[in-house]
Design a binder for this molecule. Structure first.
Ligand code: CP
Length: 314
């Protein structure tokens, strides 16, 4: 299908066709990762800005690499060293970048809905790199790509997401994407960290990891415990969390031999997942990071490059 959207704001309203289009393009880009020269002229003359109001290692650097490999000019605006500290609003910052002729703004912000707001008032393509506890579409796309490389189909696959669903934009985007492609999703975590209404998305809520959910999972997706939320007293201690919900060797013994373990990073090793499992054969954490570059190349290609029907890399 030909790409129609100006912006990528979330997976909630992305159709299965649109999702598959991005994943197929990402796979084409991944094919050339082994080449000695990983540079394509696709986005020559285009300018892409990373505008991150929250810290990031993976998302920001992979968007930068993706843009550079596609020959775009990539600018990183360091918010702490910009006119934001003088009180400039988000809209004014975006309009300033727009006036300089940028083609895309990749926005990470702590407030949910900020990319949607900019998409309405700015000409450049807006790409959501994580908005509060709302969505993180390119993380979910790279996760889906990692699964697509392993699974012939998403239909009937059982996914178990463990952790802080309430604050997790990664969990929400993954739930939308996985459900749309046909997977079954169950979530498990402290009751205080499970938002209401998940059943309307076709998601099963499981109270305890010991309720026989590990045995049926094809994918165990471990979320980061957001230490910054601890002050709210949503669970008693990291130690207790680890005891009740941490993925450890004993729990892994109960899983299918071919189970896949994922984590979006950064991980609190020894809390939600042991170091041993994070670096085990079951873990695809490194693959997820690699796929992040391919997915972000595909997103830039379709949103900034004009969305030709297929990726021609020769
Ligand atoms: N997964 C993820 O978004 O990581 P960063 O915060 O490092 O970008």
């Amino acid at each position: 299908m030909a790409w129609q959207r100006k912006d990528l704001l979330g997976l909630a309203d992305l159709s299965a066709d649109e999702t598959e289009t991005l994943l197929r393009s990402a796979l084409s880009f991944k094919d050339v990762f082994q080449r000695s020269v990983r540079k394509f002229p696709t986005l020559r003359g285009k300018t892409v800005v990373n505008l991150f109001y929250e810290p990031s290692t993976r998302t920001r650097s992979s968007f930068e690499i993706a843009g550079k490999w596609l020959s775009a000019d990539v600018i990183n605006v360091t918010v702490s060293n910009s006119s934001v500290v003088k009180g400039e609003s988000l809209k004014d910052t975006a309009k300033t970048l727009e006036a300089m002729g940028v083609d895309a703004i990749i926005l990470r912000h702590s407030v949910a809905g900020t990319p949607h707001y900019l998409a309405r008032c700015c000409r450049p393509a807006i790409i959501n790199a994580g908005d509060g506890a709302h969505e993180h579409p390119t993380q979910a796309l790279l996760d889906l790509l990692t699964l697509k490389e392993r699974w012939a189909s998403f239909q009937e696959k059982q996914v178990l997401v463990i952790g802080d669903i309430r604050h997790s934009r990664v969990a929400k985007s993954n739930i939308y994407g996985l459900r749309r492609l046909g997977a079954k999703v169950a979530v498990c975590g402290p009751a205080t960290l499970i938002p209401p209404g998940l059943e309307h998305l076709g998601v099963k809520v499981v109270e305890r990891l010991d309720d026989a959910v590990l045995e049926s999972a094809d994918l165990i997706y471990v979320l980061r415990i957001q230490r910054e939320r601890q002050e709210e007293g949503l669970f008693p201690s990291l130690r207790e969390y680890s005891h009740l919900f941490g993925l450890n060797a004993a729990r892994m013994e109960r899983t299918k031999p071919e189970v896949i373990v994922m984590h979006p990073g950064p991980a609190n090793l020894g809390v939600e997942i042991t170091t041993e499992i994070a670096y085990s054969k079951a873990s695809s954490i490194q693959e997820q990071v690699t796929n992040g570059v391919a997915v972000r190349m595909a997103v830039l290609y379709h949103l900034v490059g004009g969305g030709r029907q297929s990726v021609d890399l020769d």
